[in-house]
Design a protein. Structure first.
Length: 301
């Protein structure tokens, strides 16, 4: 069959012998197009964080992947260009995650969904513009179109991103001063919370706000772009959360500040029974710090 998988999901392979000797591609690169097959292999692992790479599943169907290039701004050339245009060029993309020295685990066949820029560090520690790819699992249905995720304040002409090698100086300044994460990071938060308010399930993206749990000014560089430090909320909840007038227990139960009368909460629709059901194991670190600030403000008033 044409679309039969050449690899078994969750099976561990010797990268050099089982993949590159058989199918080709540079065994030392993170993005490896094959010259003899219509395959592109991409590899993800913890070692990538040394070069400013941050990859991962934002939800069961969307995988975010950092483009290649260890120093300087990333460009749509070589491997980055290959995976951006893989559907047009009839190539199939296969994702592997590092297991141990020389061995990788096959995760899924992927299809290009979206792309954006973000600010990160290169190998030398210098700030540069990186490329963040958004892939979906082969055959998965994503309920929104990529155009709904674009934020014009970051890219004046978001649809032209696919044709750029780099942002021009004006766009680059906008990317940096707007904290860049408001583009690719905002998209990751939207995917992470599966396109709806974490509390209410409200799903109009043009209204929802992607916020940090621990504010930008109180976060380090890694925390500012950590998807686990993000939450997607409707405006009322976002405003209250941002002002530390509500918070959440690690199990998701809402906490209301006693600096506001219950009748006031009632008027804006809060009951105190609200609960977020899908916090993950990495969220409590940030929630603990949010609650600390919540309690500090409550005590000082």
């Amino acid at each position: 069959m044409k679309d039969q998988l050449p690899f078994i999901p969750e099976h561990i392979y010797n990268r050099r012998q089982d993949i590159h000797v058989k199918y080709g591609g540079n065994w030392q690169s993170g993005i490896c197009p094959s010259s003899s097959h219509n395959y592109i292999f991409i590899f993800s692992g913890k070692s990538g964080t040394l070069h400013g790479y941050q990859d991962g599943w934002d939800n069961p169907y969307v995988f975010t992947y950092t483009g290649e290039g260890q120093s300087g701004d990333m460009k749509f050339t070589r491997g980055n260009l290959a995976i951006k245009d893989h559907i047009k060029n009839g190539k199939r993309v296969f994702l592997f995650e590092s297991e141990s020295s020389g061995f990788v685990r096959f995760k899924s066949e992927l299809e290009f969904y979206d792309v954006d820029y973000f600010e990160t560090k290169d190998t030398s520690g210098s700030t540069r513009i990186g490329i963040k790819f958004f892939f979906k699992r082969k055959g998965a249905y994503i309920p929104i179109q990529p155009s709904l995720l674009d934020q014009p304040l970051i890219l004046a002409e978001p649809l032209s991103i696919y044709e750029m090698n780099l942002p021009n100086e004006t766009e680059r300044k906008g990317l940096v001063t707007s904290r860049v994460g408001q583009g690719a990071y905002r998209k990751r938060i939207i995917h992470r919370w599966e396109y709806k308010c974490a509390v209410t399930g409200f799903n109009k993206l043009n209204v929802l706000i992607a916020s940090h749990i621990v504010p930008w000014m109180d976060s380090n560089d890694n925390e500012r772009l950590d998807v686990n430090n993000g939450i997607l909320l409707s405006p009322t909840y976002d405003a209250l959360f941002d002002q530390h007038l509500i918070s959440f227990e690690n199990n998701g139960k809402i906490i209301l500040s006693d600096t506001i009368e219950m009748q006031a909460f009632d008027k804006i629709g809060l009951t105190g029974k609200e609960k977020i059901l899908n916090f993950n194991s990495s969220n409590p670190n940030y929630l603990d710090r949010h609650r600390l600030r919540f309690n500090t403000i409550k005590t000082s008033l």
